[in-house]
Design a protein around this ligand. Structure first.
Ligand code: SAM
Ligand code: SF4
Length: 331
């Protein structure tokens, strides 16, 4: 088995987690994620092919990447998605240990078992509300029932603990924080209340985690727990008297850059070192289309990582907006 030296950035951080976007398309139109205007999706020919994605996953695994999370857009809308998962899961023979996906959960009830068979190890599900009307308002799709069925299916499959991502938006769902804990109280579920990040114009005032936590503490006792290994920028608390843990991903109000262990690859194969800041992303797709040498690909990855900034620009200049959109970057 070929092994390559680990990926270490200029600040000594070892990169072993890659968020890999497999499409910029989505069947939902979440208000906080998609722009209002018609979205200009990537032309299919510009996406990494299944073979290119499999090759990239293999070389990354050989370089010590042991976690890959598939994202998008909505990963499951990529045509032939199960085959794609199989191609990526083949990197488990080269050191990949954890293959996961962030999904809106719309078809997990049907797809869950096949995904497991294809090599997926777990999922995070995004769900911002338990109320049908609010769900339809946020996602612009009337599909709460399917997502809840997807959650039931994942629980039945034993993919636990399950992480549920809730983007807290003022005036939309910030009043539901307690309902989420009550709804899932009997299940080993980690509910992560994510601070809204503005991409371009800000659509909602930020609800800082401190406010969400204070709301939870009006009814529940929270005990700090160690986050799952490699959990990155989240902090976790056990909700006493329930099976639920709550956590936060405070991209804006907490300074997690010092421990950053991840990079992103967009659906068209650009390596992005930072969610917030990437003035010169490197196209690994172009490298793969120019050369069949995995050594060249390895060095292109190393060259790209040399540009990883110490911290994201928000922390440097105090501005409050990210460039691009989450579906373009791969959330
Ligand atoms: N479609 C999948 C989903 O919704 O889980 C995967 C892609 S989505 C872009 C990944 C995550 O980004 C989701 O948990 C979503 O809630 C989050 N997200 C999208 N836009 C966001 C924003 N403006 N601020 C914070 N989180 C956001
Ligand atoms: Fe689609 Fe996920 Fe963005 Fe919602 S958050 S629009 S489900 S990509």
């Amino acid at each position: 088995m070929t092994q390559r030296a680990p990926i270490i950035d200029p600040f000594g951080r070892r990169i072993h987690y890659v968020r890999l976007s497999v499409t910029d398309r989505c069947n939902f139109r979440c208000l906080y994620c998609m722009p209002d205007e018609e979205v200009d999706f990537l032309d299919r020919s510009t996406l990494l092919s299944f073979e290119e994605t499999g090759r990239l996953a293999r070389v990354l695994a050989q370089m010590g990447v042991d976690r890959i999370r598939l994202t998008g857009g909505e990963p499951t809308v990529r045509r032939g998605f199960l085959d794609l998962v199989r191609q990526i899961a083949a990197a488990k023979e080269h050191g990949l240990r954890d293959l996961s996906m962030t999904t809106n959960g719309w078809n997990l009830a049907e797809l869950g078992p096949a995904l497991r068979e294809a090599g997926l190890d777990r999922v995070n599900i995004s769900l911002d509300t338990l109320d049908r009307d609010t769900f339809t308002r946020i996602t612009q799709r009337d599909r709460l029932a399917e997502v809840l069925a997807g959650i039931d299916a994942v629980v039945a499959m034993g993919w636990l603990p399950l992480k549920i991502n809730v983007v807290v938006c003022k005036g939309l769902n910030d009043g539901e924080v307690l309902s989420f804990v009550e709804h899932f109280a009997h299940l080993p579920v980690t509910i992560r209340f994510i601070e809204y990040m503005a991409f371009g114009e800000s659509r909602f005032p930020l609800v800082p985690w401190s406010i969400t936590k204070a709301r939870l503490e009006e009814r529940f006792t929270l005990e700090p727990v160690d986050g799952p290994q490699g959990s990155g920028p989240a902090s976790y608390w056990r909700v006493v008297g329930t099976q639920v843990e709550v956590g936060t991903i405070g991209a804006l109000s907490s300074q997690f850059c010092a421990a950053c262990n991840r990079v992103r690859v967009t659906a068209d194969g650009q390596l992005r070192n930072c969610l917030a800041y990437e003035p010169n992303a490197v196209s690994l797709r172009d490298v793969m289309r120019e050369t069949s040498s995995d050594d060249d690909l390895e060095w292109a990855i190393r060259g790209a990582i040399l540009r990883k900034p110490l911290s994201h620009i928000q922390l440097e200049d105090g501005s409050n907006s990210f460039e691009g959109t989450m579906v373009q970057i791969g959330g």
